[in-house]
Design a protein around this ligand. Structure first.
Ligand SMILES: *[C@@H]1O[C@H](CO)[C@@H](O)[C@H](O)[C@H]1NC(C)=O
Ligand SMILES: *[C@@H]1O[C@H](CO)[C@@H](O)[C@H](O)[C@H]1NC(C)=O
Ligand SMILES: *[C@@H]1O[C@H](CO)[C@@H](O)[C@H](O)[C@H]1NC(C)=O
Ligand SMILES: *[C@@H]1O[C@H](CO)[C@@H](O)[C@H](O)[C@H]1NC(C)=O
Ligand SMILES: *[C@@H]1O[C@H](CO)[C@@H](O)[C@H](O)[C@H]1NC(C)=O
Ligand SMILES: *[C@@H]1O[C@H](CO)[C@@H](O)[C@H](O)[C@H]1NC(C)=O
Length: 436
C-alpha cells in the first residue's frame, strides 16, 4: 500500500517535472518567422542569413522567389550525426522534394553520415544557369519568430553543393534559398511544420539598410502596418509549362506570374501586340513573372521598344534631355535636366503595370524606374529581354530594382499577390518594415 502510494507519488512528480520541462522547452506556437534582407549593390543581389546545423553555422544565401530548395556550399558547415540526415530515395521526404534520382553519397559535406541511396535533384544557380546534381539531406535550421523567439526546425531539407555552383553569387554568400511554388521551399516547409499560412511578405531594400522577409502571419511595425491595411490585390497565376530547364516539378513552373493587361506611361497605354501579355498555355511563353534574381525588369523586344518611345517622348515634353545610352539600358538622360522630387526619386514620367480590376496597377516613380550610372547620367532601369531561341520566353520579368521599397505579400495558399504603393511615398521604406 505504502509502496504503491509512493510509486504513484513518484510517477506524479515525474509527470509534473516532465510537463514542466516540456513547457519550458517548447515556446508558444509561432505565428510567423522573420529574416533580414540585405542587398549587395555591386551585383544587385538580395540575400538573407540563416543558421543551420548543430554548430549553428551562419550562412548568407541569395533569395530566389522562383527557386526550388535551399542549396549551399561552405567549409564552415559541420553537423553532428543526429542533426544531419540524408534523405533516402524511397522516402516520403524524397517524394515531397520531387527528387529526380538516386545517388551514392560520394560527394559529401563534412558530416558523419553516409547512405548509398540518397534522394537527388538538380540545384540551379539562377545567375550562371549552372546546375549541380547531388543528394538532398536535412538538418536543423534555426529560425526566429516575429516575436524574437528562436525555434529549431529539425529536418529542414537542403542540398550541399559543389563550390563551383557558387560562381556569380555575391562574394559574401554561400548559396541560394528558395521561395518557389514547391513543397520544399522555405515558406512551404515552415508552413507545413508549424501549421501557419503559406504566405510570405517581401520588402527588398534599395541600399545600405536592411529589408525583411516575413513568413506566415505577418506582424508589421506601425508605419507599415497602416499601409498594409490597404494593399492592392491581384491573382498569382501559374504557368502550366516550364520555361526553364530546371523547372520540372510536374509541368508547372515554380515562378509567380501575375496577369498584366497593359502598360502605361503618364497614363498613356502603350501599343504593342497584346497577346504577348498572356501565357501561351501550350508553350508556356508570354506572360509576366516576378524574379528577385534579376536586377532590372526585362521586357520582350516589342514591348521594350514601345516603352522606350513613349517614355522618351514624355520625358522630352518635360524638358528632359536624352544622352547616349549606357548598356544594358536603352534610354539615358542628362541628370542635370531632371528635377529630383521630394518623394519618389527623380521626377520622370510615371510607369504603370496595369492588371485586371478597377484601379489595380503597380506604379513606378523615378526611384524605381531610373538608375544613376554616372554623376551626370540617369537611365531608364528596364532592359530588353533576350529571347530563348530554343524554348518559350516570358514577356515581362519584373526584377528586384522595381520591387525595392514596395511591400509585397505573396499569399501562396490563396494564390494572391498583395502590394503597396511605393513606401517612399509615405516617407518610409523597407528598412522600417520589421515585425512589431
Ligand atoms: C563544431 O562543434 C564542435 C563541438 O562544439 C567542435 O568541436 C568543432 O570544432 C566545431 N566545428 C566547426 C567546423 O566549427
Ligand atoms: C558584392 O559582390 C561582389 C561580387 O562578388 C563583390 O566583389 C563585392 O565585394 C560584394 N560587396 C560586398 C559589400 O560584399
Ligand atoms: C502536364 O501534366 C499533366 C499530368 O501529368 C498532363 O496530362 C499534361 O499533358 C501535361 N501538360 C503538358 C503541356 O505537358
Ligand atoms: C491619369 O488619369 C487619372 C484618371 O484617369 C487622372 O486623375 C490623373 O490626373 C492622370 N494623371 C496624369 C499624370 O495625367
Ligand atoms: C501577336 O502575337 C501572336 C503571338 O506571338 C501572334 O500569333 C499574332 O499573329 C500577333 N498578332 C499580330 C497582329 O501581329
Ligand atoms: C530555353 O528553353 C529550353 C527549352 O525549354 C530550356 O531547356 C532552357 O533552359 C531555356 N533557357 C533559358 C536560359 O531559360
Amino acid at each position: 500500500m505504502a509502496s504503491s502510494t509512493l510509486s504513484i507519488l513518484i510517477l506524479f512528480s515525474l509527470l509534473v517535472v516532465c510537463s514542466f520541462s516540456n513547457a519550458k522547452r517548447s515556446p508558444p506556437k509561432p505565428k510567423g518567422f522573420i529574416f533580414p534582407i540585405k542587398k549587395n549593390e555591386t551585383v544587385n543581389q538580395y540575400y538573407t542569413s540563416i543558421q543551420i546545423g548543430s554548430n549553428n553555422t551562419k550562412l548568407n544565401v541569395v533569395i530566389d522567389i522562383s527557386g526550388n530548395f535551399l542549396w549551399f556550399s561552405s567549409d564552415d558547415y559541420f553537423s553532428s550525426a543526429s542533426g544531419y540526415l540524408p534523405i533516402p530515395c524511397d522516402s516520403k521526404e524524397c517524394n515531397i522534394a520531387n527528387g529526380v534520382g538516386c545517388i551514392l553519397c560520394e560527394f559529401q559535406p563534412p558530416v558523419p553520415k553516409c547512405i548509398t541511396n540518397m534522394c537527388a535533384d538538380y540545384a540551379l544557380n539562377p545567375y550562371s544557369g549552372t546546375q549541380g546534381y547531388n543528394g538532398l539531406s536535412t538538418d536543423v535550421l534555426h529560425v526566429y519568430s516575429t516575436h524574437g523567439q528562436r525555434y529549431n526546425f529539425k529536418r529542414f531539407p537542403f542540398q550541399y553543393s559543389d563550390t563551383v555552383l557558387r560562381q556569380d553569387l555575391a562574394s559574401s554568400t554561400q548559396g541560394v534559398i528558395s521561395l518557389g511554388r514547391t513543397r520544399i521551399s522555405l515558406q512551404a516547409q515552415l508552413a507545413s511544420a508549424f501549421k501557419i499560412r503559406e504566405k510570405f511578405a517581401l520588402c527588398v531594400p534599395s541600399s545600405g539598410h536592411e529589408g525583411n522577409l516575413i513568413i506566415g502571419n505577418v506582424a508589421y511595425n506601425k508605419p507599415i502596418e497602416e499601409i498594409s491595411k490597404s494593399l492592392i490585390s491581384t491573382p498569382l497565376i501559374r504557368n502550366p509549362v516550364s520555361t526553364s530547364g530546371n523547372e520540372v516539378i510536374g509541368n508547372l513552373t515554380l515562378a509567380y506570374f501575375i496577369n498584366v493587361k497593359s502598360i502605361r506611361v503618364n497614363n498613356k497605354t502603350l501599343s504593342f501586340n497584346n497577346s504577348l501579355l498572356s501565357i501561351d498555355e501550350s508553350t508556356g511563353g508570354g506572360g509576366t513573372c516576378l524574379r528577385t534574381v534579376r536586377s532590372y525588369t526585362s521586357l520582350h523586344r516589342s514591348i521594350y521598344r514601345a516603352l522606350l518611345n513613349e517614355f522618351v517622348k514624355a520625358a522630352a515634353s518635360q524638358g528632359i534631355k536624352r544622352v547616349a545610352s549606357v548598356a544594358p539600358f536603352g534610354a539615358c538622360f542628362d541628370a542635370k535636366t531632371i528635377a529630383s522630387g521630394k518623394i519618389g526619386g527623380p521626377q520622370v514620367p510615371i510607369i504603370d503595370l496595369v492588371m485586371e480590376g478597377k484601379n489595380v496597377f503597380w506604379r513606378f516613380y523615378g526611384s524605381n524606374s531610373m538608375v544613376r550610372v554616372s554623376k551626370n547620367v540617369i537611365c531608364l532601369a528596364f532592359e530588353e529581354g533576350s529571347p530563348n531561341l530554343t524554348g518559350p520566353t516570358t514577356s515581362i520579368v519584373v526584377g528586384g530594382y522595381q520591387m525595392e521599397n514596395y511591400l509585397l505579400e505573396f499569399d501562396v495558399t490563396s494564390s494572391k499577390l498583395r502590394f503597396s504603393p511605393s513606401l517612399l511615398l509615405s516617407g518610409t521604406s523597407c528598412s522600417q518594415f520589421g515585425a512589431s
